[in-house]
Ligand binder design. Structure first.
Ligand code: IVH
Length: 665
């Protein structure tokens, strides 16, 4: 084979591999196999000093351009009419049917994702990609051929030999963006900006580095060929190896369209590219002709837009709030804005470092994101050069009690946990909450009232509240006062786990609190727990163990706990107390059927009597409790007793067990 023919065959092979890898997402060779062949091509290109039109080496990005030249599209790129609700979509369907009159019998729809990237208009002639352009104003765009050649999903050559304009969307895959940002000096904010910035970059080598992808969804102009339906058009694109998205749905009527939209909307989270809605198109091309266009939109298509999850708005102020643990959290006050159908005027910023990192400034615009059911979060600033209207200062004292603050890790804390009101109220609220002491009627508002009017200054003070005092308060009647006093009284009889959880030890959640209560039988033991001992508890590591020890080293806390105990709070152990018996520390196997108990009851009793109940009989078994119809286990026990001299194994009956049980009650 001549050098040139060999090159042709390698290019063909590599393009086939690329098509499977990038457009179909189904590689057919390993990266290594690809690289070996690609290197061979590069050497041949050097040797022969020629580069074929469709060589993958053309995709690395050519010379930097001086400016973008303008490009007039053969067919103008219209934009899409939008709707936000299914009602609006149904009225669009009605409008379409009205316009088509009788022809509407043959009406069907195609439903596709609306990709959130940058529009590409690709021109091919004589089977070669000869031009690519941005949308611009729809009539005139900018030439971006060199940039688009770096997009590996866009074919450089196609089988179709006449002139054709193909419309599509340039995108950056989310996984590529993530990888890119891991090492990038200037992380890219989102995939849409990343794609737009890459394509509108005069240096195609920069475009190549961003590893863009594309999806093609329409033929705007074609010579010597026409299509009956959109589905035919997409098939033609696929045949010519254009990247066509696989989520294309053919629907018979608008109700089918709506149910498909619901399905597709649910799948968006799993996609590796950004979607900002769904496009619904009339499938039949001649019906499209009948419907025609308005000034701006085709009447034969509409975009069903998802609610935006990320918007920009002005940051009006940053205020600092104090939480239960004394942590100061910055709260962003925003110019109210609609995001996903909800008006948002506040958002979290996590801590001081977060504010610095995101470069947010008061008086300037910020990006705001709301994921499902999560408090809105500021993700960054829109214009880094914006001049702030008010200086954003790091707090030097607690915003509520004015005590000194200190820093720990990324966070700032108030140094006064005892009397700083928001901390106190949050702590008492937590203590009274349903998962902790479950004191009904003690809302945060009521606790604030009790703090202000009755000097409720600690959790322990709750147990000193008198019915008569409550009666004097605003919004308190006899019933409410009695209910609260009763609920406080009832809470005295609590489990050790809930009490520990209620104390609000930093880093100790419900699960750890309950594990502590199981590991130690009494509050006293927990108070004096040693670091090494604590580490042995499941999921307790250095931080949690230190938190527990620090907590119980605080004199004020110990005094407050002492006060609660003397007021009658009685946290009781969750560990069953064991009774000394002949079973203490012994291994017992249970077999057969019993007259008065079921297996579970028997096991509980034995465990209370100090036994460990196991499944199979061995020489280490101390007792076999045999009921009626005992089978193989009894046989095995008898064998052991016969063959092993001096064995400790004893067989006992239900009657004998009952004697012990009667001692339990
Ligand atoms: S069809 C005449 N299909 O949305 C309408 N457009 O607002 C031809 N877009 O600029 C467009 N995904 O860049 C169509 N599946 C899709 C699309 C899509 C994204 C973009 C396109 C266009 C804009 C219209």
């Amino acid at each position: 084979m001549t050098g040139k023919n060999k090159m042709k065959s390698i290019v063909k092979q590599l393009n086939e591999y690329n098509y499977h890898y990038y457009a179909l997402d189904k590689p057919i060779v390993s990266d290594r196999q690809y690289d070996v062949l690609y290197d061979e091509l590069l050497s041949l290109e050097e040797e022969t000093n020629t580069v074929l039109e469709d060589s993958p080496s053309k995709r690395v990005g050519g010379e930097t351009l001086k400016r973008f030249k303008t490009h007039k599209h053969i067919t103008p790129l219209l934009s899409l009419d939008k709707c936000k609700t299914f009602e609006e979509l149904r009225s669009w369907d009605n409008r379409v049917k009205k316009l088509l009159v009788e022809a509407s019998d043959g009406l069907d729809y195609v439903v596709e994702y609306k990709f959130d990237g940058l529009t590409l208009n690709l021109t091919y002639d004589e089977g070669k990609l000869v031009q690519a352009a941005t949308r611009g104003n729809g009539v005139v765009g900018e030439e971006i051929l060199e940039q688009v050649k770096t997009i590996k999903t866009v074919p450089l050559t196609i089988d179709f030999v006449h002139k054709i304009e193909v419309q599509g969307e340039g995108l950056m895959r989310l996984s590529i963006l993530k990888k890119y940002n891991e090492t990038a000096e200037e992380p890219l904010k989102n995939a849409r900006n990343a794609a737009a910035g890459a394509i509108r970059n005069l240096n195609p080598k920069v475009t190549a580095k961003r590893k863009l992808s594309a999806f093609c969804y329409s033929v705007g102009f074609i010579e010597e060929k026409s299509f009956d339906t959109h589905i035919n058009m997409l098939d033609f694109l696929k045949d010519n190896k254009f990247p066509v998205n696989k989520h294309i749905n053919h629907c018979k009527n608008i109700e089918e369209v709506i149910s498909k939209i619901k399905e597709m909307e649910g799948e968006v989270e799993g996609l590796d590219y950004l979607i900002d809605g769904i496009v619904i198109k009339v499938n039949n091309i001649s019906l499209r002709g009948t419907l025609g266009n308005t000034q701006k939109f085709p009447r034969w298509a509409i975009a069903y837009k998802f609610e935006a999850k990320e918007v920009t708005t002005k940051l009006e102020n940053i205020i600092w709030q104090v939480g239960r643990t004394g942590k100061l959290t910055p709260l962003a006050i925003l110019e109210p804005t609609d995001i996903g159908g909800v008006t948002v005027s506040r958002a979290t910023l996590n801590n001081w470092e977060d504010i610095i990192r995101k470069k947010v400034k008061i008086g300037c615009d910020v990006w705001l994101r709301r994921s499902n059911d999560v408090i809105p979060e500021i993700t960054g600033s829109v214009d880094e050069d914006c001049v702030e209207t008010k200086q954003n200062l790091k707090p030097m004292k607690c915003p509520t009690c004015e005590s000194k603050v200190f820093e720990k890790g990324a966070h700032i804390f108030c140094s006064n946990p005892i009397s700083c009101p928001p901390q106190l109220i949050a702590r008492i609220s937590h203590f009274a909450s349903r998962d902790a002491m479950n004191i009904e009627g003690l809302s945060e508002k009521t606790i604030r009232q009790l703090h202000e009017k009755l000097k409720l200054n600690s959790v322990a003070d709750l147990y000193e509240i008198k019915y008569e005092e409550l009666l004097k308060l605003e919004r308190f009647g006899e019933k409410k006062a009695k209910n609260i006093v009763d609920a406080i009284e009832t809470s005295k009889n609590c489990s050790l786990g809930t009490f520990i959880y209620g104390l609000g030890i930093p880093n100790v959640g419900k699960k750890t609190a309950s594990d502590l209560a199981k590991a130690y039988s009494t509050l006293e033991d927990i108070k004096h727990a040693q670091y090494e001992e604590l580490l042995e508890i499941n999921d307790v590591g250095d931080i949690v163990a230190r938190s527990i020890i620090d907590f119980f080293s605080d004199e004020t806390i110990i005094k407050s706990i002492g006060k609660m105990i003397s007021e009658g709070v009685k946290p009781h152990s969750e560990r069953a107390e064991k009774i000394e018996s002949i079973f203490s520390g012994k291994t017992v196997v249970v077999t057969g059927v019993f007259t008065n108990y079921n297996r579970r009851e028997i096991q509980n009793v034995l465990e209370k009597l100090g036994a460990t109940v196991v499944n199979s009989v061995s020489k280490n078994t101390d007792f076999l409790l045999a009921g009626e119809k005992a089978g193989s286990k009894l046989k095995k026990a008898q064998e052991i007793m016969q063959n092993k001299e001096g064995t400790k194994l004893q067989i006992i009956s239900e009657d004998m067990l009952e004697k012990f049980i009667s001692r339990l009650s």
